[in-house]
Ligand binder design. Structure first.
Ligand SMILES: [Zn+2]
Length: 75
């Protein structure tokens, strides 16, 4: 499935592709059950930040010096 989010800094929207298992964990996360790094250890920091805050790769690159993901699609 696709999880849509948007970047608070630049307003850009995008989505990340998640497996069925990850989607279930996402509902868990949204209910406040667990931390993003515990629920998604297989995702990289850029992807976890996107799930948490929606920050796009460009803004993450600006903030953290690097950002990389094959799963995130920006629009
Ligand atoms: Zn942005």
């Amino acid at each position: 499935m696709k999880m849509y989010n948007h970047c608070d800094l630049c307003g850009k929207g995008g989505y990340i592709k998640l497996t069925a298992e990850q989607s279930e964990k996402l509902s868990q996360y949204h209910m406040g059950d667990g931390l993003v790094q515990e629920l998604f250890p297989e995702l990289n920091p850029t992807e976890r930040e996107f799930i948490k805050t929606g920050m796009c790769m460009k803004c993450q690159k600006m903030m953290f010096g690097k950002a990389e993901s094959k799963l995130i699609t920006e629009r």
